[in-house]
Design a protein around this ligand. Structure first.
Ligand code: 5AD
Length: 385
């Protein structure tokens, strides 16, 4: 009897100690979130690390709720849709993690014709998507530059539609030509803000410094500047991810496109680290969205397809963690299998109309309204004033 009482009192002491620690931790997180929302002072590196280290479910919900409040304050309860057109998987680069790297000889290479790209853009107009994203492997021949220039001009003639490009590293002159043709936003992920980690993920002739300089070229050209990183990379630390968020601010980015790294078995990195914990990757990616929203406030943040690869409602969860942009694929279904940057990419066989229907109803279910117009970054508009 005495033993039982002793055991119970010990249990009581230990569990109250844990409750005390938990409350203390929760109040530390609550304090950081309060500081972020009060807009008094910028969160320190240590505070960003603390937010990105959250594991407790209640604290995670607090983080996401705070990020949503920040989004409502600066953007509203709306989501911008952009029609994604993956125009080609031909790529000059050989990144160790990417399924369409030039060294992957299992991939059947494709390129959409001018007419196919234009009819996809027409579909975006019909669907009332305010803009299109033209994404593809990196190429820099004069022929390719002219082709893109021409495609941009023709899309602009179709109607009132914004154009975002995501075509990799180019010269200042090429960026200027594409901007003059009518594109006005450009996405170039820095992939990681840590040059050493970058070097370990790329062949020796891929340069972090050169990529960083391209972001300057894009800003100089007048593009709304988009960048981003991959999270949950093998060997990546929470400090590095906190630094990524600080990098976005230093680069004065207008838009952020981030996603979790997912292995592709036909790549060196994917073959080396094929296993992963879905929940953990999803949690990390959602935390990055929430912390970026709290830190950068008025930028566009995409809820990317890689989230949907981890959970069917991954993109909706991204919005509930503070993102405000979704890019539904509007390219022909026949090209989708050729554009697998990572394995288990979703919607490979779902046509654009079907995915639109599904998306609209899932957005309505979480109370998100579709934004009107091109969905330009509020950060860009404020900077231009
Ligand atoms: N997992 C997740 N994202 C990837 N990307 C490329 N490969 C992968 C992968 N295995 C991302 C890169 C690139 C963007 C077009 O796709 O961040 O910039």
């Amino acid at each position: 009897m005495r033993r039982k009482r002793l055991f119970l009192s010990r249990f009581y002491i230990i569990s109250s100690y844990f409750n005390f620690c938990r409350e203390k931790m929760t109040s530390a997180i609550a304090g950081i979130l309060e500081k972020a929302l009060s807009e008094e002072g910028v969160l320190s590196h240590g505070e960003l690390v603390q937010l990105l280290s959250i594991e407790d479910e209640a604290e995670l919900q607090m983080l996401f709720a705070a990020a949503c409040r920040m989004k409502e304050r600066y953007i509203g309860h709306v989501v911008s849709l952009r029609g994604l057109i993956e125009i080609s998987n031909i790529c000059a680069r050989n990144c160790f993690y990417c399924g369409i790297r030039s060294g992957n000889f299992h991939v059947k290479r494709f390129e959409m014709s001018r007419e196919e790209i234009l009819s996809a853009a027409a579909l975006a107009l019909k669907f009332n998507y305010g803009s299109v994203v033209i994404q593809g492997g990196e190429r820099s021949s004069e022929e390719f530059t002219v082709f893109i220039e021409d495609v941009i001009r023709r899309i602009k003639k179709l109607g009132n539609i914004g154009i975002t490009l995501s075509l990799g590293e180019q010269s200042l002159e090429t960026y200027q030509r594409w901007f003059a043709a009518g594109a006005h936003r450009y996405l170039l992920r820095i992939e990681t803000s840590d040059p050493e980690l970058y070097a370990s993920l790329h062949p020796a002739d891929h340069s972090w410094v050169k990529r960083r300089r391209c972001l300057d070229f894009l800003r100089q050209t007048g593009f709304q500047l988009g960048t981003g990183t991959m999270s949950a990379l093998p060997g990546q630390t929470i400090e590095q991810m906190a630094h990524d968020v600080e990098f976005f601010r230093q680069a004065d980015a207008d838009m952020i496109g981030m996603g979790p790294y997912l292995p592709h078995l036909q790549t060196p990195l994917g073959a080396q680290y094929p296993d992963y914990d879905r929940e953990e990757k999803l949690r990390t990616a959602l935390k990055m969205i929430a912390v970026t929203r709290l830190y950068l406030k008025d930028v566009n943040i995409a809820s990317t397809t890689a989230l949907q690869a981890l959970a069917p409602d991954g993109r909706e969860r991204g919005l509930l963690a503070g993102a405000n942009v979704i890019m539904p694929n509007i390219g022909e279904v026949c090209y989708r299998p050729g554009y697998q940057l990572y394995e288990n990419k979703p919607c490979l066989d779902e046509n654009s109309a079907e995915s639109r229907e599904k998306l609209l109803s899932s957005l309505a279910a979480i109370g998100e309204k579709i934004a009107d117009g091109w969905g330009d970054s509020p950060h860009f508009r404020r900077r231009k004033k």
